[in-house]
Structure formats: C-alpha cells, structure tokens
Design a protein around this ligand. Sequence first.
Ligand SMILES: Nc1ncnc2c1ncn2[C@@H]1O[C@H](COP(=O)(O)OP(=O)(O)OP(=O)(O)O)[C@@H](O)[C@H]1O
Ligand SMILES: [Zn+2]
Length: 732
Amino acid sequence: MIEEPTHFAANRLVAVLTAEPLNRFLDYKAPEGGVFMGAFVEVPLGPRKVIGVVWGAGEGKFDASKIRTIRSVLDVTPMRLEMRDFLERVGRYTLTPMNAMLRLATRAPGLANPPSMQRVFALGEGAPDRITDARQRVIDTLTANDGMRFTSKELSDIAGVTPSVIKGLAKQGVVIELETPRDVAYPNLNPDLPPKDLTDDQKTAAAALCAFVATQTYQTTLLKGVTGSGKTEVYLEAVAECLKQGRQALVLIPEIALTVEFIDRIEKRFGHKPAEWHSGVTMTERRRCWRMVGAGKAQVVVGARSALFLPYQNLGLVVVDEEHDTSYKQEEGVFYSARDMAVLRASGCKASVILASATPSLETWVNGKTGKYNRVDLSRRFGAAVMPDMDTIDLREQEMGSNSWISPALAGEVTQGLERGEQSLLFLNRRGYAPITVCRACGEQIGCDFCDARMVEHRFHGHLMCHQCGDTKPMPTQCPSCNEEGKLAAVGPGVERLADEAKERFPDARISVLSSDMSMSARALKQRITEIASGATDIIVGTQLVAKGHNFPLLTCVGVIDADLGLQGGDLRAAERTFQLMRQVAGRAGRAKKKGRAYLQTHQPDHPVIKAIVGGDEEGFWRAEAIARKQAGVPPFGRMAGIIFTGSDAQAVFNVAQMMAQNADALRALGIEIYGPAPAPIARVRGKHRVRMLMKAAKDVPLQGALARWRDQARIPNNVRVSIDIDPQSFY
Ligand SMILES: Nc1ncnc2c1ncn2[C@@H]1O[C@H](COP(=O)(O)OP(=O)(O)OP(=O)(O)O)[C@@H](O)[C@H]1O
Ligand SMILES: [Zn+2]
C-alpha cells in the first residue's frame, strides 16, 4: 500500500495534535507553502510555541478569526500514516490520551532545532615528533576503527587519554579536526558477511524464521530455545534476511546492562554497530537515532521498550529477546507492555515479530499452542554442552548456622568445584546487604519516610535505600524510634551479605559480586563479565542481573540460595515467574564442555512449582498453569485491569475510589467483576497514598471502551490521579 501524501494548501484549516495536556486537537491555518499530513510543526499556543503533528483537516469548530497560523514546519520526516494509526491503537488499548501518546513518540531532544554541526577527529597524514604511550593509544584507536570519526570526548574516553593529548596530535597533523553534521547516517550493515557455522538444528530454525520475514506479511513467531541453544545466533539470521529485504529491524533487549555485549555481537555479524536507544544513551546520540531512524538511515536499532515508538520508515522485523521479562511492562505514565505493543506495531506494517525465550510467558505459550503465533524450537544446547542436572536441597534437613544462608550441602558442592578449578554461582535475587534493619531494643524496623516500605541496607554504598522511591539515608548509629545506641541489627540476607558469608567460608576463593546496583558503567560491567568468563573469578555472587544472557563457560555449579522467595505473595504469576527465573539461572551452568549442576535451596521441595523446575517438564508445567488460569478466568483466558488511585490526601483518594466504585453499574452490567477499592499492598509511595481496584472480565467483554466511559464520566478532583493498567503485571 503506497500512502498518498495529503497536502494542505496555505491557509487551509488543519488539526494539530500537540503533547500538551489538552486532550483535543487544535485548529491552525497551514503556513505559506502549505503543509503535509503528518508533518511536525511548531505552533503558537497562548504565549508559547509548542511542537505538534498535523493529524488531519481542521474541524472548524473554533472562532475562525482567532485561528492562528502554523509558525514553521520542522525539518524532519513527516509522521507516517502507519505510525499515527499505531499511536491511536495503543492509545485506545491502554486508555491513554493522544497527547501522552505523542509525547512517547517524540522523545528526542532538540527536535525543533535546525541540523547542527559538531567537531570530530579523524586520522591525518602527519607524523608525531615523538611517540608516547598515550599518543600511540589515540593512533591505535583511530586505526582500529578505520575511517570512523570521534568527538574529543569519545576519543579521549576510548583511548584513555586527556583531551590535551589529542590537541597536541592535531597541531602536528597526526589527527585532523573536521566539522560534520551531528546527525550522520549509521554505517551500512552488511547482511552478507558470513555467520557462525550453524548446527543443523539452528539452520532449520533460522530458515523457518527467514521464510517468515521474507513473506513481508505480519507474522509472530515464538522462538523457544533452551538456555544456551543459540537463540541469538539464530534470530540474527532473521535480522540479516530483513536487511536483505531493505527493511529496518528492531531488537528489544530487557536489560540495558547487556547492551554493550549485544552491540558487539551485532558488530561481529554485520560489520558495524547498530543504532542504540535507551536511557543510557547520550542526548546527542538519541537525537541522531530518532532522526536517522526517521530518515531510513539506521537499519538496525537495539533498544529498550520505548524504541518501539521511533519513526521507522520501513520496519520489517521486531525481535523481543527474553520476551517473558517483566521489564517490558512500563508501569508509570503510559502503562503498556512493549511485547504486546510490538505485535500491534508489526501487524500495522506487514512486519514479523520474533518472541525469543527459553521460558516464554504463559500468554505467548498459549498463543503458540492455538496457532495464533508460529512456533520454532531449539531443543538442544550448542556444541558439546548439555542441560544441567537439577536438584533441591531441603533446608529443613540442613544444619544452618545463625546468619548463614549457604547450606553444608551446597558448600560441599562449591568446594568440589573449587578443587576442580570450576566456577560456581551463588544466586540471590535481593540487592543490598540486608532487607531489614531492626532495633534490638524496641523492635523498630527502619522504614522510608515517603513510602510504606522498609529501607534496605546497602553496605557497599554505605547507606540505607528505599527500593520503592530510591531515597537514601546514612546508616544511623542509634535507633530513630527509641534512640538506643548500637542496637540496630541486620536481618536476612541480601547479595552483599551473602558475599561476606562466601568470603568467610571460602577464604582462598576469588569472589565477584554482580548486582544491578553496584553503579558500574556499562563498559566496566562488560569488562567484569569478560574477566569472569576468562576465569578470573571462582565464585560469582549475583542477583538476577547474572540470570540474563551471560555466557560463563567455566561455570558448572549454580546454587539458588532461596528458591521459595518468589513463591510468596498471591500474585497470579508467582508460579510462572519463579519457574522462569529458576530455569534461567540454572541455565547459566554447564554451557561449555563440562556438565553443570544446579541446586535449589528450599523449605518446600514438594511444592509443585519447585518439582516442575527440577523435573524439567516444561510443557507439563505450562499445561498445568494454563488449566489453573483458565479455571480462575484470568489472563490469558480472561481480561484484567488494575485501577490505581493516588494522591497526597489519603481521604480524598479514598473518596474518589469509593465514588467511582458506586458509579460502576454500567461495568457490572457488562459482566465485569469489581474488587475493591482497598488500600494498595504498598499503601504509600513517594508520599502519595495509594488505593487499588481490580476489574476482571471474560475475554469477549469490550473492557477498554467501558472503562473509558466510566473514567470520563467521573468527576475527579485535581488532587487525585486515576491510572488504569490494562493487563496488569504487578499488583503492589
Ligand atoms: N553455531 C554456533 N557457532 C558458534 N558459537 C555458537 C553457535 N551457536 C551458539 N554459539 C555460542 O553459544 C553461546 C550461546 O548462544 P546464545 O547466546 O545465542 O544462546 P541463547 O539461546 O540466546 O542463550 P540464553 O537463552 O541462555 O541466553 C554463545 O556464546 C554463542 O556465541
Ligand atoms: Zn521510599
């Protein structure tokens, strides 16, 4: 379908969508020379000028004499019909006003600025008068990245020199300084470079994925492959196919900390680095990425969930790696699941989606079963590696010392590993030193001043931290409640405390802690991971950061310190999440030649979920989960929505919730079940009180439309905020 560009002549009325909280389109007159549908424009609004997008013909409902003229048309590619459609569909699905949708789609700094220049350095012809180590590193960096240009900051960072070294070399013509446009195209990726030698299984899987991509029709495929089977290698072939078709590809990954490693893999496969889009990218680079994606000059984007809202010109493939990962759900501002919206995005532009996972979400598994999604399996590990043996360690039968979390049985396994020169991983999904700090005199637990949550001690950083709002305070020496000196005690383990225990028990072992809050830069983290992979560590102590996508070839023994942790609490996905996390962590073991073992420390070895994890009957586990969810009428067999009321005034928040519950007859008439309102499990976050309601409906109930009418009819005072979370993933 070729889109006919609609053009509005000068002075014609056009409807402009802005990101301002107005919830309606504004009429403007087209400027001199006219304007295209979808154009990004700058319009006057009161005394200000704001950015907007031409969304259609003006409605003429406003006083014609007051209508102002578009000030300027921005020098960026107009928003395509397909994108406008996508934003409208996401808006309807998530009950988000269009202005907020537009904000998501325009999150590039300096959109209104004219193209600008920057100073960069490249290799020159001159020879240095004398050579120093620092100078050599600059020359090496430029030689190694043949033809690439760097800003002074980039070059000094990569070469590890001060900017004055670069200046000195510039004076002698060894490097030359150039002015170039800031927003330059990304280098061309070459899909024809040879891939790794794929195994027969991998070849079959890759061929199936490539065939789907080649149809240039909408397709969603579940790529289910056991940990270490080479899913990444396989879906990179689908990316190659997409590039051969001349279309753009997006790869979503769940953890920013992993991007550096991933970008390297793309560079090895396609010859150059792709565009990157996530919160760790500089403003300049974000702007470049947004513009170049829009101009069709970025072929592959690697990014976090919001990369879905970049202005692709010809999107042919979206890969969602570790599709079950909870980080794909955004739970503030616009509540959306990037995985689900990726499917929506692709369906609007005849593109393929690949959902890759060793442990897919039940939703995706069911869609694979019913044939709504295609399914491609990789059931064997790459090379000589086989899946690890798994077993439980029954903590009820182990002699556990006080403040000790490594059982004698697990310690024995680690010791044997050490003797054989193999690595072990001790896994605990809890950041910090200890989850609770209690006063032994009065029993007070130190809490956050702004949330109904305990503060977590982080000894590495030397403070207490709230994991809800991020607030920190120094570790007090006296109890804030009874003022007793020296009575505060840590209760329970976090990953830092576990590391202390490991150091005590294995004094000769080299121990390395990997947790997402160790404030390491992405490069430093990659460096650490490379060191671990090469054998510089005997014992890794880590949180779920290590569970995701790392290859540690020497790692043979995985010990899960508390397998029961995720099973507590009544979350409908508790079983699924525990299953996924445990299988994923265990999957770090034995990825090379030596067979791995994984041990789950548990108090309930007979729990069906623990048995399923250890037994490895994955299909059986999903079948059982599916039956349970079907009986309960919950997703994916029923629909759910969470309603969250927040505000500083607790009474006002409750009143609104109560009032809206009373005025919900229209919802009940449709068969929607309403639970609550009740105080949220965490009843206060960042000083805001929180009340929740939960809606449940059968699959065929038009939930969104009903909720939209219900919300729009309610008179909600300014001091209370009502958020609607369709398909909620968390219930805190
Ligand atoms: N055909 C191949 N040739 C060479 N190396 C391969 C091949 N297939 C996989 N590998 C290597 O095996 C390791 C695991 O592959 P990959 O990371 O793609 O697996 P995965 O299925 O994505 O793993 P996980 O889900 O556990 O993160 C990687 O180091 C990868 O480079
Ligand atoms: Zn807090």
